[in-house]
Design a protein around this ligand. Structure first.
Ligand code: MSP
Length: 639
């Protein structure tokens, strides 16, 4: 049976400037959906590209003293590099300056003209060049562009007009009968109101500059850049040159666009298609904006974030994960460096990184690196199995709604549960009991199987990380040939596979501020070479109040050759403590030292003296040294 097609697109971006993190957000969402659909065994066509014509680009090129094509060539190359760096899996990249596109735009323009839906008249009104949009006097807000708030220019020129008004009722009916066509619902309501306000015929040609596709029957005119741009979606689907492909992929399943251009996609574009007698796209989804520290990104505010620098610093997957986890599709979301670092440390380095590292190091140490076949099962194993199966099921439900944020939250519930499963089953204890070998096999198998599932679930969002996990688990098949049916029932992993040595997938980002606000996390990285006490979480560690204490006085405790009684200053409070260090220190050696102390230890009576705290010391065999922190004031906290 042939696969079901799925065609999705991003907006084609203006190469007037380099792209910023907002554009990267849109394309990361689209890429995640494309990869998810491939995982669901669809035949996917994923398109992005560049919108290269228009007055804005022509002016930019003039300012830079180069031809428009030389100007855009350079910037478009930077788009393509960015998408490569971000691991965007687009199947095609359309440039509106390509010949394949010019042919389609001219063909369509001619066709609509021939049927009488394009006519010549004179335009008098306003134009916003940054938005490439025509406005009527009454639509301006304080004399400025109602969309971007920038100044508009007066325009008076002979133009061709597209009879949009003729299609108003048909369009409204279509939108009302197809509730999924415009999403989210807030945008849908906006569009319905807009259409009810009346559709004007649209000016679709310009004569006062050259940078565009000539109107086929009147070369003095060039096609209006939005008419030109929207058509890209059918050019790439093969409208003129590959009818079979076109039949397969058109209408598109999803046009993912920013909320500010939903109007072009759900009004102008459908009317062009109606005029052509072509089916309308199944959905236009308007995503929200990425706001930087509470403000919209703009060059003049100097808060534009360069995605290339971020990817170089943190890697593509950390950026993709952050954007998709933090921003609910359809709503605006905030970008902040600190929030990004918090996510990397808490979710990626700790939760996910630890799970992989602990699992692989235990399979390595306890079973010579070979994933064992599962043995005896306990209730805790069944619980993990069920959660794993449920997560895969819910994953499809939330991803089908493009609710990627909820999807990721759910996957992290599974990751945290699996980390807890390690603590609950204590494989390091099982390995010491001969009669527990079968239980240990089950635990190690279950951990590897859950990680295999997690790798597949994360592959649409974090393709590089998923591949790394896959490789470290020693999976023999190509991750990108795996389909959802391969993980729907727990237990699909074959025993006997040799895993590789664990390698860190996300290093912790050590920045001063982040330690204060880092979110609750799980455990510290396990080192395979030494036996440690059971892990504690950062929250548990934070319960210990460690401070610097200055020793004011020290004396031996009568009839106890190991004990010293110390008077210490904690920066505002003097306490008495008893410490078992008399064999290693003479009292006078300690006076004046700044030592480390735990101050919230329950008080204890030792030889009749109430000791309120404990001095920290390092010891091995019969050596001991008190931990001192010279030059630190009494009362300093240890964090
Ligand atoms: N060329 C037109 C689109 C034509 S589509 C047929 C255009 N280009 S653009 O370069 O301005 O890109 C606009 C798109 O970039 C938005 O719709 C959105 O997808 C993305 N974003 C631009 N700034 C953004 C944010 N601050 N946040 C999120 N997305 C952002 O419009």
């Amino acid at each position: 049976m042939s696969k079901k097609p799925f065609y999705l697109t991003t907006p084609i971006f203006y190469p007037s400037d380099k792209l910023h993190i907002g554009h990267a957000y849109c394309t990361s969402v689209a890429d995640t959906i494309a990869r998810y659909k491939r995982l669901m065994d669809y035949d996917v066509l994923f398109l992005t590209g560049s919108d290269e014509h228009g007055q804005k680009i022509e002016r930019k090129a003039q300012e830079n003293g180069v031809t428009p094509i030389a100007y855009v060539d350079k910037i478009v190359a930077s788009f393509q590099q960015l998408w490569k760096k971000l691991n965007i899996s687009n199947d095609d990249f359309i440039r509106t300056t390509q010949e394949r596109h010019r042919k389609v735009v001219q063909n369509i323009f001619q066709k609509i003209y021939d049927q009488g839906d394009i006519y010549k008249s004179a335009y008098k009104g306003w134009y916003c060049t940054p938005c490439e949009t025509f406005w009527l006097e009454r639509q301006l807000v304080d004399g400025k562009c109602p969309d971007c708030g920038r100044p508009v220019e007066v325009l008076e020129e002979e133009s061709y007009f597209f009879r949009m008004s003729k299609y108003q009722d048909r369009l409204l009916k279509f939108i009302e009968e197809n509730p999924e066509f415009i999403q989210p619902v807030t945008r849908r309501n906006e569009m319905i109101n807009f259409i009810k306000g009346g559709l004007e015929d649209l000016c679709v040609s310009r004569t006062t500059f050259d940078w565009g596709i000539p109107v086929p029957f009147d070369s003095k005119h060039i096609v209006y850049v939005w008419f030109d741009a929207l058509v890209n979606y059918i050019t790439a689907a093969g409208y003129l040159d590959d009818r079979e492909k076109y039949k397969k992929f058109w209408p598109a399943d999803l046009h993912l666009v920013g909320k500010e251009i939903v109007r072009f996609h759900s009004i102008i574009w459908p009317v062009i298609l109606m005029a052509l007698g072509e089916p309308l796209p199944k959905q236009v989804f308007g995503h929200g904006w990425l706001i930087v520290e509470g403000d919209k990104m703009s060059k003049s505010k100097g808060n534009v974030i360069d995605p290339v620098a971020l990817i170089d610093e943190f890697g593509p997957d950390a950026i993709r994960y952050f954007l998709l986890r933090e921003i609910n599709l359809g709503l605006d979301g905030n970008f902040s460096r600190q929030a990004l670092i918090n996510r990397i440390n808490a979710d990626l380095a700790n939760d996910l990184g630890n799970l992989l590292h602990r699992t692989l190091s235990m399979v390595g140490r306890f079973r010579d690196g070979v994933i064992p076949a599962p043995g005896e099962k306990a209730a805790v194993d069944e619980e993990l199995e069920e959660l794993c199966n449920k997560t895969v099921k819910n994953y499809q439900a939330t991803m089908d709604k493009y609710d990627i944020t909820t999807t990721l939250k759910d996957v992290w519930v599974l990751i945290s549960r699996t980390n807890k499963y390690i603590d609950e089953t204590s494989p390091w204890a099982l390995v010491k009991q001969v009669d527990q070998a079968s239980r240990l096999d089950t635990v190690l198998y279950n951990l590897a199987e859950t990680l295999r599932t997690i790798a597949v679930l994360l592959s649409p969002v974090m393709p590089t990380t998923a591949e790394k996990i896959w490789q470290q688990l020693g999976m023999p098949d190509d991750l990108w040939t795996v389909r959802i049916c391969d993980i729907t029932t727990f237990g699909g992993l074959k025993a006997g596979i040799k895993v590789n040595k664990p390698q860190q997938i996300f290093p912790r980002i050590e920045e001063r501020e982040e330690s204060e606000s880092a979110e609750s996390s799980t455990s510290v990285q396990e080192t395979p070479k030494i036996e440690t006490l059971p892990e504690v979480s950062i929250d548990e560690f934070a319960k210990l109040d460690l401070r610097v204490a200055k020793v004011l006085a020290a004396e031996k405790v009568a009839k106890a050759d190991k004990l010293l009684k110390l008077e210490v200053d904690l920066g505002g409070e003097v306490r008495t403590i008893v410490s078992g260090i008399a064999k290693h220190y003479k009292p006078e050696e300690l006076v004046g030292q700044s030592v480390l102390m735990i101050v919230n230890l329950k008080p204890a009576k030792i030889r009749g003296i109430e000791s309120r705290g404990m001095v920290l010391a390092a010891s091995i065999d019969d050596k001991l040294a008190v931990v001192t922190v010279p030059d630190m004031p009494a009362g300093s906290k240890v964090k």
